[in-house]
Design a protein around this ligand. Structure first.
Ligand SMILES: [Zn+2]
Length: 642
């Protein structure tokens, strides 16, 4: 060390004066041009956006947009980054290609902001009165690229990814007129109001950019509209598109159930927050599924045989009730930190356990009350959720509130240890906490009040308005206290904001039911397995297995985990005989009688191994069982409201 220092000092002696001073080290590099922060001021002029949505072969949407400009000089155009309902920065920027800006017929150069890659800087030439923006949305052509949104029979057109907007203004202060060219003969649906068809292009009445972004469309070759509130001054429609015409055949009783959903929602909330509402309902196994809420519509994409194989699709039947509830909870009443003035200001999700958690709760309750789920199906669905969270060991290190960051952290990408890492648990663990609250209010008020009163008080204000009303944690606590005085801040902090290792099952017990495990799955559980194309052995050997015998889930610290299994392995044999799902189930049942482990031959990459699962508990599937002699609050909760 010493000799090195000496050598160094000697070198300094002979160096030039420029090296005599120690280097100050790197300095901050100049920042890129500034993007104007959004102001609550009107953008001058009317933007126009036209989409050509006829390229069904290549799945390309071609966008032409005109943005009026009042002055020359630097200008920033934004592509929406933070998508409402996604709760994260998931704007599909990677699908945007062929970007070009023109003014006065001449192309003008653009520069993408090197820090905020969703912002485009241009220099508006003197004398220009508008800027034209052209780009192509190169939507997925193969499933691994993202959601398929175009098929030969249908499409999903999301305006939020098909238009840019000028920086510097709240999006509710930017007016825009949309139009679309759809394939010939197709029927489009949306919450937008048509202004007529000209030369094959459907024009819509001008709306704010905020409303346009919240008004996606579906269109299909095979389509029908079912009125869900016939004769009402505020129409509600079930706009159905399907892969094949016969899939549109809803029976009269099925239609009546969907009409009951609307009536039960009105009885619960005592209000509506739209002037018309459209369920944009796509039945397909070719277009990607969806569930995305909006003020006056929802995107609801589910199984093709929703109507035609009603009995096997119980696990798909809470979708509409969930997304519809969001018109009240999420779109109208919105967490104060989640609301943003435009789509490029980061959203914060600290109250998503209200936004999504209580929507999960009401989604299932309204499904039960309307008949979308039978009472048994509703109870079986609740059992499945309760079991998931009884086994969600990540609760020991991570609060529900912390999982509200997951849309940003994980973006729903696959993860190796769901039960330990957790996921967007504010949805369904939130649901269980709201059941806890509901049963507590019912118990403390002697059955006089319930969470229904909270729903009416909190979501039922300003009937008819769809201007968001924001709220904070304290507002939620105050509204609960209005229904039933209690230390709700402590209640919610303990269950949501703090790490809470105990499974949130108090609501079940107070509701008069307990979670048990038996060796046969409920029909609802089977429906959920079929929907996910998985065999769910979480509660026995701790594995989820695909139909192709791939291991797709391993319960943290469960029997398979202890045997060293992970996602990515493929099961080839069970106790020396070729794998078959029924053989595995029979083997698990048999192992109950003996002490021999269950032997699996597993292939992972080009490695083969035999693992021993030391498990003797038999097959286990969750269901609810009545606690005799206690009040049956769950049945009261799921009963239709008079
Ligand atoms: Zn939701």
């Amino acid at each position: 060390m010493k000799s090195a220092l000496f050598a160094c000092a000697a070198a300094l002696l002979v160096s030039s004066a420029a090296f005599a001073q120690p280097s100050p080290g790197p300095q901050p590099y100049p920042m890129p041009p500034k993007t104007d922060a959004p102001q609550d001021t009107a953008y001058p002029g009317l933007l126009k956006v036209q989409v050509d949505a006829t390229d069904l072969e290549r799945h390309i949407f071609r966008v032409h947009e005109t943005i009026p400009v009042a002055r020359s000089g630097p200008m920033t155009i934004l592509y929406p980054q933070w998508l409402p309902g996604n709760h994260g920065p998931s704007g599909p920027l990677k699908t945007v290609g062929g970007i070009a800006f023109h003014a006065g017929g001449k192309q003008i150069p653009w520069m993408r902001d090197p820090v905020d890659v969703f912002a485009f800087h241009i220099d508006v030439p003197a004398g220009a009165t508008s800027v034209d923006v052209d780009f192509d949305l190169l939507s997925a052509v193969a499933g691994d690229e993202g959601r398929i949104v175009m098929t030969p029979e249908m499409m999903s057109l999301q305006w939020i990814s098909l238009a840019m907007y000028p920086a510097g203004h709240y999006t509710r202060r930017i007016e825009i007129e949309p139009s679309v060219r759809f394939p010939e003969g197709w029927t489009p649906f949306s919450a937008l109001e048509s202004a007529g068809v000209e030369g094959g292009v459907t024009r819509y009445k001008p709306v704010t950019f905020e409303t346009l972004a919240d008004s996606p469309m579906i269109a299909g070759r095979y389509a029908r509209r079912i009125e869900l509130d016939p004769g009402a001054s505020v129409p509600v429609g079930l706009d159905v598109i399907a892969d094949r015409p016969e899939l549109l055949d809803a029976t009269a009783p099925q239609i009546e159930i969907h009409r009951q959903l609307v009536q039960q929602a009105y009885k619960l909330y005592g209000s509506h927050h739209y002037n018309h509402y459209d369920f944009l309902f796509s039945l397909s196994d070719r277009m990607g599924g969806s569930g995305l809420e909006h003020h006056r519509s929802s995107e609801d994409g589910t199984v093709p045989d929703y109507f035609t194989a009603w009995n096997k699709n119980a696990a798909a039947r809470d979708l509409l009730a969930h997304e519809y509830t969001h018109s009240w909870n999420g779109k109208f009443r919105r967490p104060a930190d989640l609301w943003t003035p435009n789509f490029n200001v980061p959203m914060r999700g600290s109250l998503l356990w209200v936004y999504e958690g209580q929507t999960q709760y009401w989604g299932f309750v309204l499904s039960g009350r309307s008949g979308l789920l039978s009472k048994q199906e509703a109870l079986d669905a609740l059992a499945a959720t309760a079991a998931t969270y009884a086994y969600r060991v990540g609760r020991e290190w991570r609060s529900v509130e912390d999982t509200t960051n997951d849309p940003i952290i994980a973006s729903r990408r696959p993860q190796p240890w769901m039960s330990f890492q957790r996921s967007e648990d504010y949805y369904s663990e939130g649901q269980l906490v709201w059941l806890d609250a509901d049963t507590l209010i019912r118990e403390k008020s002697g059955g006089k009040r319930s969470l229904d009163d909270f729903a009416k008080g909190f979501f039922g204000v300003e009937n008819g308005s769809w201007t968001p009303v924001t709220y904070t944690f304290d507002d939620v606590v105050a509204a609960l206290n209005k229904v039933e005085p209690y230390d709700w801040a402590k209640f919610l902090n303990e269950r949501i904001n703090q790490v809470a290792p105990k499974p949130p099952l108090d609501g079940l017990a107070r509701g008069g039911w307990k979670l048990i495990y038996t060796d046969t799955p409920t029909d609802y559980f089977k429906s959920a397995e079929a929907r996910r194309k998985q065999t769910d052995l979480t509660y026995s050997i701790g594995l989820m297995i695909s139909r192709e015998a791939d291991i797709t889930g391993v319960q943290w610290d469960g029997p398979a985990f202890k045997a060293g299994l992970t996602i990515g392995g493929k099961i080839l044999a069970v106790n020396g005989i070729a794998y078959d799902v029924d053989r595995l189930k029979d083997t698990i049942a048999e192992a109950r009688k003996g002490r021999d482990p269950i032997m699996l031959l597993v292939k992972k990459g080009d490695h083969f191994s035999t693992v021993a699962i030391d498990y003797h508990g038999g097959l286990r599937y969750p269901r609810l069982e009545r606690i005799e002699g206690t009040p049956d609050l769950l049945s009261a909760i799921y009963a239709p409201k008079k």
